[in-house]
Structure formats: C-alpha cells, structure tokens
Design a protein around this ligand. Sequence first.
Ligand code: HEM
Length: 290
Amino acid sequence: MRLNTRVAVLCVGMFASHQAAAAELPQRWVSAGGGLSEWVSALGGESKLVGVDTTSQHPESLKALPSIGYQRSLSSEGILSLRPDILIGTEEMGPPPVLAQVKSAKVQVELFSAQPDLPTLEKNVTHLGQLLGAQAQAAELLQSYQQQLGAVKARVSALQANHQPPGVLVLIGHAGGKPLIAGKDTAADWMLQQAGGHNLATHTGYKPFSVESLAGLDPQVLVFADRALTGDAAKTALFKENPILDSSRAAKTGRVLELDPTLLVGGLGPRLPAALKTLADGFYPAQSGQ
Ligand code: HEM
C-alpha cells in the first residue's frame, strides 16, 4: 500500500472509532440538580436533556422540558417514562430506593459530589465533559471560571482593604416559612466566603432557624433565598412569618439581600462568579461603585 493510501485508511479508521465512541456515550439525559443541569447546557449538551428536576431553571429553556419533580423526592416512574440512558445528580438527589430502582432498570446513574469547593467542581465538570464527549469545552469553561473567580477575589480584597467583613446569616425558606440557616460546608457558606462576608453560623450543613440563634448572632446583613417567592413578596413573607427578624441590625439598617435559591443546588454552578460580584457589592455598598 502506498504511504498516502495508508494514511487515508488510518484516518478513516480513527474517524470511525471516534464516531463509534461518540455513539456509545449516553444520548438521553435526565438531570436532577440545578447546578449540574446548567453545566450540561454550558457544555453544549442541552439537546440531550429529555427531563430535568424542578431546581433546574437555568437557562430558561430548561423549564420547557418534562419535569421529574424535586431532586430530593423523585419517583422512578417519572424518570423511567422518559426512557433515559443516564440520570445525573448529586448526593442531594433521592430518595435512595428510587435511585436503586432506576439503576435496576439499566439506567446509568451518575452521582456527582455537591461538596462546595473548586477541586470537586473541576472533577465534576471534567467528568461531565467526558460523558458528553465535550472534554475540550470542559477544560475551557473551567479555565474561564477560575479567571472569573480570580477577578472576584481581587475585587473583594480591594473592598476589604479598609473594611471588616460583615457578619452575615443566610436563610433558606419556602414562602417565608420554616427557614433553614446555612452553616459550614454548604454552597451558601462558600458563596459568603468568596464574596467577602463572614458567616455567623458555626454549625455544619443547614439547620432550622431559631429565635435564639438570631438574638445571639445579630447579623449585620441578612441574605435570604426563597424557593417559592421572589423579590418584595419573598422578603415581606419572611418578615411576616419571622417577626423576630425585625429586631436584627440587618433589618434596622435595611441590609437584607436576596439570593436565587437555584444557585445553591446541585453543586457549584456556572452562574456563581457573576452572583458573587453582586453579593460582594451588597456586603460593601459604600465601596462598590469604585
Ligand atoms: C429552586 C430551588 C428549590 C426548589 C424548587 C425546592 C423545592 C423543594 C420542595 C418542593 C421540597 C419539599 C419536598 C417534599 O416534601 O417532598 C423541598 C424540601 C427541602 N429542600 Fe428544597 N428546594 C429548592 C432549594 C433548596 C435549597 C437551596 C436547599 C438548601 C438548603 C433546599 C433544601 C431542602 C431540604 C433540606 C428539604 C427537606 C427535605 C426533606 O424533608 O427530606 N432546597 N424543597
């Protein structure tokens, strides 16, 4: 065989094996957990999504997909009716018996860690990139993410030059009721730290809000995320359901900030760097125009 012919045969062979590998990748995806769904879209995989959970609200187009319900209370029927090749989610996804049923129906179940730190995020996005056949995009997105976080870090350092980090509490609720306070090892705590706030809550995970905890900690800034309401309606409901909040320094000085709850589910998502900038501006209002 002449050299040119051999090279051509080799190229065709490589192309064919690449096509075969791509065909073996899961094609019908169901995603539970907003952050993960956003990464799938950012990696160019949105057209493979055949269903998402109720926390997957970004990009807006995901809302048009069939819903599998809330990530923590899934049903196997809802998922299996979509005939997925793969179900992705984090440890927030469940309940476990439903995941076992989905697995036993021969659906690939891929669990990602929602641990809020950069090494975990890198691992997750790299793995998603492999599953989507989008390794190069994954590397590019991660690089740009790190650059954006670097810019936030520089901004926060500048804002902090002459100011102490404000003491903050993050409340996560439902139409104002039964809020949970975000403690250590949560996405909310990671966000606070990156945006230059000091989380006054010292417990780990999310714990129910109590009058005692608020009275003892007296936050300078309150951040709330409500899964059912937004804007003024969410804020009014929060203060109506928890009137003790009126006595906090944060309420008296009008330092009450809203956070989109979908930023806190399914691991660290691609919109976080932009959200951190807004949060930092809220933590250091006098400085933020600079
Ligand atoms: C847009 C975002 C969110 C939506 C749509 C949402 C929706 C829901 C719903 C419908 C339930 C009730 C589930 C049931 O009783 O079967 C629930 C429970 C819960 N949510 Fe969320 N949620 C969101 C964000 C969050 C965030 C940010 C957290 C983090 C703390 C969180 C933590 C929880 C917990 C701990 C429960 C109770 C689970 C249980 O009782 O087993 N959710 N959520």
